[in-house]
Design a protein around this ligand. Structure first.
Ligand code: ZN
Ligand code: ZN
Length: 373
């Protein structure tokens, strides 16, 4: 099948789909998949858990107060589970890869089952303005969640996706969709309650597939959200690559010290990385997540893509331990790359002096207490 977006001048475009910038992804062959499953079965993987996944009740008063705060919104991120995060920036409520279903699989009677419930239910969410969808894997693109959000009270959010998803949404009656290629920007306009926010799709080292015959047909990616009060990087799924150095360079002009410095917050994956021979081209491990954090030049990060679905061989609770070791080795303070409890909200310092002043004068919602583990 032909790629309708094909542009021979773009090196990540292929006549039949897309490819990574630095390491071409080749779909795993059936014998490799069987080898992994056989080795995992013989070794007794996934390894058993040692400690419970931390979960806290969400601070609904803060989240909903903040959702209504408009330009006085306190920049904040609430971890809902796996890679689903509620970002509150620039007066908008933005969800990343919303997955609220019990299983991340084409059917709900098989496939990886949730170990931990969502930190917020769909019904507990404030009205969502924007959904960022990184790619079409089932642990990121959950039909039930997307369709539910499209029918939320107050009208559907804007769904921003990489190229190749518009028809999937249209078949479900959802038309409020913007598709982006890598480095394309969609500007969310300024309104009386929100700031002007450019959203850019940026590369990631990953792949896509929804069925056994559509690998690499739709694009995948990461996102840069440049809200004037908070610049956020959302990785989606990614392995380590030089893409993150490129991303830092691309936005360097916005990240001078006079303009508030580098990314204020990154949402980076730390789970689903073993065995390495099978996963290293598609998922980073915690050590590589720290390298990505440093390559991007982030002020702080929140660890995501762990603790929710058992997808690979490492224990579900192992990634934070491996992250601590990696941070120690890299000389990065643990509090700058935070491991949150599911349901916890992380407030982020605003880049805007005026908002900081308002906050200090008590006009913006008071920050919740940060619950990390
Ligand atoms: Zn994926
Ligand atoms: Zn994933």
């Amino acid at each position: 099948m032909k790629n309708p977006y094909f542009n021979p001048l773009k090196k990540h475009h292929r006549p039949d789909g897309f490819q990574n910038n630095y390491r071409s992804f080749r779909g795993k062959r059936l014998r490799e998949l069987l080898r992994w499953r056989w080795q995992a079965w013989r070794a007794g993987h996934p390894r058993p858990m040692r400690e419970a996944i931390p979960v806290v009740a969400p601070d609904l008063a803060f989240i909903h107060g903040n959702a209504q705060a408009g330009r006085h919104m306190q920049p904040a991120a609430t971890w809902i589970g796996h890679i689903t995060v509620l970002l509150q920036v620039g007066g908008l409520n933005i969800l990343t890869d919303p997955v609220f279903s019990e299983r991340c699989f084409p059917v709900q009677w098989a496939g990886p089952k949730r170990h931990t419930p969502p930190g917020l239910t769909l019904a507990q969410l404030p009205r969502i303005d924007v959904v960022l969808l990184s790619h079409n894997h089932y642990d990121h693109m959950d039909e039930h969640s997307l369709v539910s959000l499209a029918t939320q009270r107050g009208g559907p959010p804007l769904f921003i996706t990489p190229l190749g998803h518009r028809h999937w949404f249209a078949r479900r009656g959802i038309h409020h969709v913007v598709e982006l290629d890598w480095w394309d920007t969609h500007v969310l306009p300024e309104t009386d309650r929100s700031l002007r926010i450019p959203v850019t799709l940026t590369p990631a080292q990953h792949w896509s597939a929804r069925t056994t015959t559509d690998a690499l047909r739709s694009l995948w990616g990461s996102f840069v959200v440049r809200s004037p009060d908070c610049h956020v990087f959302f990785s989606g799924d990614t392995a380590y690559s030089k893409d993150f150095i490129d991303i830092r360079q691309h936005f360097a002009r916005d990240h001078t010290p006079e303009q508030g410095g580098g990314f204020d917050l990154a949402l980076l994956p730390i789970g689903a990385y073993e065995p390495r021979w099978f996963m290293k081209d598609q998922h980073c491990n915690p050590e590589e997540a720290v390298q990505i954090f440093q390559d991007l030049g982030c002020k702080r990060a929140i660890a995501v893509h762990w603790g929710t679905f058992q997808l690979t061989d490492e224990a579900l609770d192992e990634p934070p331990r491996a992250l601590r070791t990696a941070l120690h080795r890299a000389g990065v303070c643990e509090s700058t790359f935070a491991v949150l409890a599911i349901g916890a909200t992380c407030p982020v310092s605003s880049r805007l002096h005026s908002v900081t002043t308002d906050h200090q004068s008590g006009e913006s919602p008071s920050s919740p207490e940060l619950v990390t583990i």
